[in-house]
Design a protein around this ligand. Structure first.
Ligand code: IDP
Ligand code: MG
Length: 172
């Protein structure tokens, strides 16, 4: 409630047009409500892979996640079974590295996270860097923390569809 202001003549947040934002000052809606409406918050699934957990890098990676403005909406330490790892990476079943990749992912505990931010999927992939640490940009997590193209410290969903499936599956 803002004293001296009223909702008379104001439109609902859902009806608000982008170019009308200046006139919001005349209305009583809290600015946070307007801001949240404008942002397209998105969620992605991130994993701190077993190589990074084993080397005690989880804390440093989480610090980077928070420093970059992500909100941690869920976090769970999980030791994937071989079958779970194979299911998670089913899209790569025909690749020559599949057996090695899945046994690595089942080799020890991982930390599975749901991260939220504006444009979270692309933002997290940018922070991770290229799959192969040799090709990753300076300042990215994989450049800093990956041991190899396989043991590359982190996972991130690659599209809204895969993010939705990975987020839904993370509890099983
Ligand atoms: P991404 O994790 O950057 O999305 P993907 O191509 O989806 O990369 O590969 C999934 C995971 O498989 C990688 O993160 C990495 O752990 C592993 N991987 C990818 N390419 C290779 C490879 O050429 N050799 C060994 N492992 C690989
Ligand atoms: Mg991928």
């Amino acid at each position: 409630f803002w004293p001296g202001r009223s909702t008379a003549g104001c439109r609902g947040i859902g009806q608000l047009q982008r170019q009308e934002l200046q006139s919001i000052e005349d209305c009583r809606w809290p600015i946070s409500a307007v801001y949240n409406h404008r942002m397209s918050l998105q969620r992605t699934l991130a994993i701190i892979k077993p190589d990074a957990v084993e080397r005690k890098l989880a804390g440093r990676i989480l610090q980077r996640i928070e420093d970059e403005g992500f909100r941690v909406r869920a976090m769970r330490r999980m030791a994937l079974t071989q079958a779970q790892a194979e299911g998670f990476y089913a899209v790569h079943a025909a690749r020559p590295f599949f057996a090695s990749l899945t046994s690595f992912m089942a080799s020890g505990p991982a930390i599975v996270l749901v991260l939220e931010a504006e444009d979270a999927i692309a933002k997290w992939r940018t922070l991770m860097g290229a799959t192969d640490p040799a090709k990753a940009d300076a300042g990215t997590l994989r450049k800093e923390f990956a041991e190899s193209i396989e043991r590359n410290a982190t996972h991130g969903s690659d599209a809204p569809e895969t993010a939705a499936v990975e987020i839904a599956d993370r509890k099983s």
